[in-house]
Write a protein that binds this ligand. Structure first.
Ligand code: PMP
Length: 454
């Protein structure tokens, strides 16, 4: 059951969003352009954003924890990034040709990312995992890809199951059963299960994973697991792909691979890489990446080469935004600022929740936070969750009345977060934003107290 006090406060605060949504429903299926924006009775509509804040079409201010779906580690409309974009805008948005900025951008990725001997830019994170998987299959001349249950890698056919449903590897609507049959889905944090799987199948090309756990650590991987996967895949002669679309340039300048000291064969990037504009990349071992490079040998090109196109790959505008961003995060200071703000936020929220007698637990690592709604009222700490002591199906609810009420209630309180539920903290979230966030949670709790959703 929805909490009616929260829903009516939400409606009262956001009439402009309601009006826009009525129009959107006539245009877009479901009334939205991305599934995470689905919200009952209607989604929040935003008019502008700056730094750590955004304002809706009614002029209400919010502390933003969606941060351009994690792309904006430096905050909205960062002056240096905006300047780089406007300067490039005046020089043209698409040359249909090679250009210097793309080379500098690629060189910067190589400088920062341990596995990046070569780089190929794409149009999005989804395109990046699509390309990485195809490269792995072509290079290994094997078909099967092993994934971890719950790990998100975009929405293309190869990865469109086993994230929130179809954990048995069956094909969801619209995906060919033959595609789903070429995957194997492994429980996370279970190295013995992965070893059994690699022994069972002799056709595995690669293992792909979110290196800090499903949905940016919503279901954390226990310490040392990524290293164990690296050792096991190396021993079994299977490639390892880190999907760093969200961790890349966020958890360390060189991504999770730098933070964890584990180097994959290939890695995928998007979000921060592209400075808030659309873009992505695959980076990795030169011999693997050179599966794209044409050879003089026509027969090899036909039998082994992976062709790769994409109208907006490394377009000058994205290259300008991405390069400006990567230069700003290179020294690690922005990342440290975001990490510090997130740690402060998690501590302050947990103190407040404990004082108020709510069983929710705020946890996470680096600049992320997640809200565990603790449906069974377990006596757990963030450290227990990090150590894998809470089952993953309790950590990844994603839908349901409690998550709905939390999102709507927090919007009423003045903040916006992902429906995980959780968010990404930026380098420009400071003390004032943390204070405002604690107040937003208090407002939500007050509304929920009389009528807690079940
Ligand atoms: N992989 C991961 C780990 C992601 O977080 C995302 C986006 N949330 C994607 C892939 C897909 O990226 P995009 O939305 O740019 O296609």
């Amino acid at each position: 059951m929805r909490n009616s006090a929260i829903v009516s406060a939400y409606k009262q605060k956001t009439p402009g969003s309601a009006r826009l949504s009525a129009r959107a429903r006539e245009v877009f299926p479901g009334g939205v352009t991305h599934d995470t924006r689905l919200l009952d009775p209607y989604p929040l509509a935003i008019a502008r954003a700056k730094g750590a804040r955004k304002w809706d079409v009614d002029g209400n201010e919010y502390v933003d924890y969606i941060g351009g779906h994690g792309a904006l580690l430096l905050g909205h409309a960062h002056p240096a990034v905006s300047q780089a974009i406007s300067e490039q805008l005046a020089k043209g948005t698409h040359y249909g040709a090679a250009h210097e900025l793309e080379v500098e951008w690629g060189e910067q990725v190589k400088r920062l990312v341990p596995c990046a001997q070569k780089v190929r830019f794409t149009g999005s994170g989804t395109e990046s995992t699509l390309l990485a998987i195809r490269l792995a299959r072509a290079f290994m001349e094997k078909n099967r890809i092993v994934r971890f249950a719950g790990h998100f890698h975009g929405w293309h056919d190869q990865v469109a199951f086993g994230v929130t449903s179809h954990f048995d590897g069956s094909a969801p609507p619209g995906v060919l059963p033959g595609v789903a049959e070429q995957a194997a889905i492994c429980p996370p944090n279970d190295i013995a299960a992965l070893e059994r799987m690699l022994d069972q199948f002799d056709d595995v090309a690669a293992v792909i994973m979110e290196p800090t756990g499903a949905t940016f650590g919503l279901v954390p991987l226990v310490e040392g697991f990524a290293k164990q996967v690296r050792e096991l895949t190396a021993r079994k002669g299977v490639l390892l792909i880190f999907d760093e679309v969200i961790t890349g340039f966020r958890v360390a300048p060189g991504g999770a691979q730098q933070l964890l000291g584990v180097t994959p064969d290939l890695a995928t990037f998007a979000k921060i890489l592209a400075g808030g504009l659309p873009g992505g990349a695959v980076a990795g071992r030169a011999d693997l990446m050179d599966t794209i490079t044409p050879r003089a040998d026509r027969e090899w090109n036909l039998r082994h080469r992976v062709p790769h196109q994409g109208t907006f790959n490394a377009n000058p505008l994205t290259a300008a935004a991405g390069l400006a961003t990567l230069r700003l995060i290179e020294d690690g200071r922005a990342i440290a600022d975001a990490d510090r703000a997130a740690a402060g936020l998690r501590d302050r929220l947990n103190d407040m929740l404990k004082r108020q007698g709510f069983p929710w637990v705020v946890y996470g690592a680096s600049s992320g936070f997640h809200v565990f709604l603790n449906p069974r009222e377990r006596d757990v700490t963030p450290a227990d969750i990090a150590a894998g002591r809470v089952p993953s199906d309790e950590l990844k609810p994603l839908t349901g009345p409690a998550v709905h009420d939390l999102r709507c209630g927090l919007i009423v309180g003045g903040m916006d977060l992902f429906p995980w539920p959780g968010g990404c903290v930026s380098a420009v979230h400071g003390e004032a934003e943390i204070e405002a966030t604690v107040r937003a949670f208090q407002t939500c709790l007050e509304l929920a107290r009389d009528q807690v959703a079940v």
